[in-house]
Design a binder for this molecule. Sequence first.
Ligand SMILES: Cc1cc2nc3c(=O)[nH]c(=O)nc-3n(C[C@H](O)[C@H](O)[C@H](O)COP(=O)(O)O)c2cc1C
Length: 171
Amino acid sequence: MSKPRVLIVFFSRTGTTRLLAATLGSMVSADVMEISDGTERRGALGYLRCVIDSWRKRQAAIAPPALDASQYDLVVVGTPVWAGAVASPVRAYLAENRRKFRHIAFFCSLGGRGAQAVFDEMRALSGHAPVAQCKVRASEVRHGTAAASLELFAGVLKHHLARDEALAWCC
Ligand SMILES: Cc1cc2nc3c(=O)[nH]c(=O)nc-3n(C[C@H](O)[C@H](O)[C@H](O)COP(=O)(O)O)c2cc1C
């Protein structure tokens, strides 16, 4: 039987979610894909654009994905929290690809507040209940203490994949 295929998809403005995606990718042997967003988000004006996108629940204009979500058993989607909401490029990715997901999981990076609202929004956008979800504070990433949360998350994902594979084998 072929190995379950896992895709990690993320957006990152300042690198925190990117680092989490790369670490998780090596833990679960996944392909990793960054969402390409056409909007300038650097500096104070860029920050303001992110906040306004969140207030308006805007879907950013994103590039067509390089990897096709429908080719994967599990897609793990990561976002930074912006003003208590999903980052607008991730909002667009989830809405545009919702028919392609077989199983989905979520993670977010944040300063400290808003994870549950973000997970609820991701669930509504994707049209799927996640097999697992994980929040990691940016301060944990900076201090190098995020590994424990990620290992726990990776463990739940691997357990789900093993169970799914066993079901496919016997049924
Ligand atoms: C526009 C904007 C709004 C943010 N709003 C929140 C928030 O509501 N709650 C929170 O805990 N962190 C908030 N943050 C902090 C980010 O979620 C956090 O720094 C995250 O790790 C950044 O991820 P990145 O480096 O991948 O872009 C905000 C950051 C930005 C840029």
